[in-house]
Design a protein around this ligand. Structure first.
Ligand code: ATP
Length: 306
């Protein structure tokens, strides 16, 4: 896979504050990557460096083979950006707004207007943006970011303010772009919704990249326990303690529900026992470590190490 973005030993200081500290990664085409981290972790700064809005203090950034901070950054036209707080001229209509951005990007107006349809704003195209709800403004922002069929899309907290249905349709659009070979980097605090939807996660903490990988890779590195939730049969309740004796970490949630925190090396054995013919178990769910748990784990590990 060809890398569309390459960040090498990137450092960005604002006076004494080191917002980005020695960060390196590559983003291949056709991949959706989440950039997560606490407020002030450096996510927006990394995106601004990729856009050439600010210059690195040290290190280098290449986007579609070019240096975004160079005067002539022709690749900018192939770059879409949805900023964290979208603000538009409230006096213009949605149609006028998208036409304005299309002219800036030298894109045909007709294509731009079809984007309003793609984000579900056709019905409001002739209303002033000042009358739009937050979710509608966010959708207009997304339409603006999609102008010119970008090869690289940088989306800063794109689903903030979107209702569940809109969030779903937003991720469908991202999936389409990804299938078309675009690289999508999105920052978010909504970790649960990212889990199923991104191929890879980069975790930042105080400007440092503390983890980078697919959910499976992060789970393998973190070695956190898998939660196994079992529904115990009525007749099995009396022998529950004996049956669970070899398991180190379990708790009773309510009458019939028991949860086991299975370490990676004991997971298979517990599942084997729970599904054997004489097990007092009538149903079970296997819940692997969530992105929330992995995130907390990597932050704790880095803080212990520093
Ligand atoms: P959030 O989740 O709150 O959006 P973030 O991870 O995007 O946070 P950044 O906006 O990248 O964080 O900020 C990283 C750090 O750099 C913060 O401490 C911020 O105050 C600082 N910072 C960002 N831009 C500037 C600037 N222009 N001048 C001085 N400090 C800045």
């Amino acid at each position: 896979m060809t890398a569309t973005v390459e960040v090498r030993n990137l450092v960005k200081r604002f006076g004494a504050l080191e917002a980005v500290r020695d960060v390196s990664f590559q983003l291949p085409e056709g991949e959706t990557v989440a950039l997560v981290g606490h407020n002030g972790a450096g996510k927006t700064t990394v995106m601004k460096l990729m856009l050439g809005l600010i210059r690195p203090t040290e290190g280098c950034v290449r986007v579609l083979g070019e240096d975004p901070a160079a005067g002539e950054f022709a690749a900018r036209r192939r770059l879409g950006y949805l900023p964290e707080s979208v603000s538009f001229n409230t006096g213009l209509t949605g149609r006028e707004t998208i036409a304005f951005y299309a002219r800036l990007k030298r894109e045909p107006i007709r294509n731009a207007l079809s984007l309003l349809d793609r984000v579900g704003l056709t019905h409001a195209a002739d209303r002033r943006v000042g009358t739009y709800s937050k979710g509608m403004r966010q959708r207009l922002g997304l339409a603006q970011a999609l102008l010119g069929s970008p090869r690289v899309l940088l989306l800063d907290e794109p689903t903030t303010g979107l209702d569940p249905a809109l969030r779903q349709s937003f991720y469908e659009i991202v999936q389409e772009l990804r299938s078309g070979g675009a690289t999508v980097l999105l920052s978010s605090h909504a970790l649960t919704e990212l889990e199923e939807r991104v191929g890879r996660v980069i975790i930042m903490n105080h400007g440092v990249k503390v983890a980078d990988g697919t959910m499976d890779e992060l789970r393998l590195i973190a070695r956190l326990p898998t939660r196994i939730r079992m529904k115990v049969t009525e007749s099995g309740l009396s022998r529950l303690h004996d049956w669970l004796e070899p398991v180190s970490d379990w708790r009773r949630i309510n009458g019939h529900i028991v949860e086991v925190d299975a370490a990676p090396q004991e997971k298979i054995e517990i599942l084997r026992r729970a599904t054997s013919a004489n097990a007092p178990v009538e149903d079970l769910d296997v819940i692997p470590p969530t992105l929330d748990e992995l995130y907390a784990h990597f932050l704790r590990s880095q803080e212990r190490a520093s």
